[in-house]
Design a protein around this ligand. Structure first.
Ligand code: MRU
Length: 349
């Protein structure tokens, strides 16, 4: 569709093909997973990342696992399948889409109590395919809604990678940017490096250059200065989990960008499908935040960039309070404040 490359996660027959994002932008190599555990490992070690992509990968891991389960009767199948669902769900804690996808897949088992093993395996694969194609459709819709919010000639700042690589294809924040650029080729993008995993420099810059959308790479700590100089007209980022009141967990550093945007009267938008919204959590402080290996901070490309044994912290996400967010761009439209009410309504659509 929009890419010159294969979608970052797709079926290749009965194999799950995952573009190994750890090697980008230098190499485009697909991992070929035939066992669910291989997909779970790919999620854990960030070969695939980005909340919606992780959700899709989880669904595909379950479809693979369901095929591989040896069971003479549906009861044995269900027992084994529940165990697998839990393993997949636990692969990464912050993004909502993974748990959401596991629930969706498991509902197939619950809703078809009379089905045999073969039929359940087929229905699970169908549901996984549905989750994948619905994610692409949601991103296209997010792009259409979001582009209306981008001023002509906008200088858009984005953070981390919320593009095709972070979803089934097209992207959320980058979906908005792609759609905006299609109707106004004069827009330009600034992408932050996004320390320590460099999703902005390795992935977002790579994707935008492939899409021929003008992009400038900046260090994370130059956001304030660029805003002060009037170089940024709008901010659009993705999300990992959005609480019922609109508080949003996204890549560590997003909160800093949102506070700066508010100070400089620059609108700050979050683009995310409803599968990222967790209406069971009242506010952002309830969102579990993944703590990653401090070595990602103390080392770069395997080389120490800090004194050996210095203690380091590596929270992977932070929470931006809803007061800093101008709007949440979803597939059913742009949600405005009060977000509690708007989110409830979005789930009725
Ligand atoms: O640790 P990552 O790379 O999985 O974090 C990704 C992000 O924070 C993205 O901004 C978010 O998942 C939205 S992707 C559409």
């Amino acid at each position: 569709m929009t890419q010159q490359w294969l979608p970052p996660i797709h079926w290749d027959g009965d194999t799950v093909a995952i573009l190994d994002q750890r090697l980008l932008p230098r190499k485009e190599v697909f991992l070929r997973c035939t066992k669910p555990q291989q997909v779970v490992n790919a999620i854990r070690n960030m070969a695939i990342r980005g909340a919606p992509a992780v959700g899709v990968a989880g669904a595909m891991a379950l479809a693979l696992g369901a095929q591989n389960i040896q069971a003479a009767d549906p009861q044995t199948f269900k027992r084994k399948f529940v165990r697998l669902c839990q393993q997949v769900k636990d692969a990464r804690p912050t993004g909502n889409n993974l748990g959401w996808a596991v629930e969706k897949i498991y509902s197939v088992v619950v809703e078809n109590p009379g089905s045999g093993v073969l039929e359940l395996q087929e229905l699970i694969r169908q549901k996984a395919d549905e989750i994948l194609s619905e994610d692409v459709a949601a991103n296209l819709a997010i792009g259409e809604h979001g582009k209306e919010l981008m001023p002509r000639g906008a200088r858009i700042l984005t953070y981390c990678n919320a593009g095709a690589l972070a979803t089934a294809d097209y992207g959320t924040a980058l979906g908005v940017i792609r759609a905006a650029h299609a109707s106004d080729p004069s827009i330009e993008v600034y992408t932050c490096e996004t320390r320590p995993f460099l999703q902005g420099s390795r992935l977002t810059a790579f994707e935008l250059m492939k899409a021929r959308i003008p992009v400038t790479l900046i260090t994370d700590n130059s956001v304030g200065t660029l805003m002060q100089q009037g170089k940024i007209s709008v901010v659009v980022v993705g999300a990992d989990r959005i609480a019922a009141n609109g508080d949003t967990a996204n890549k560590i550093g997003t909160y800093m960008v949102a506070v700066l945007a508010k100070t400089h009267h620059i609108p700050f938008y979050v683009a995310a499908p409803r599968s990222t919204i967790d209406p069971t959590l009242g506010e952002g402080r309830e969102i579990p935040i993944e703590q990653r290996d401090p070595k990602e901070v103390t080392h770069f490309n395997g080389k120490a960039v800090a004194p050996l044994k210095v203690p380091a912290l590596n929270p992977a996400f932070d929470v931006t309070p809803h007061k800093y967010i101008e709007g949440i761009i979803t597939e059913v439209g742009v949600l405005h404040k009060p977000f509690g009410k708007a989110i409830r309504k979005a789930f009725e659509m």
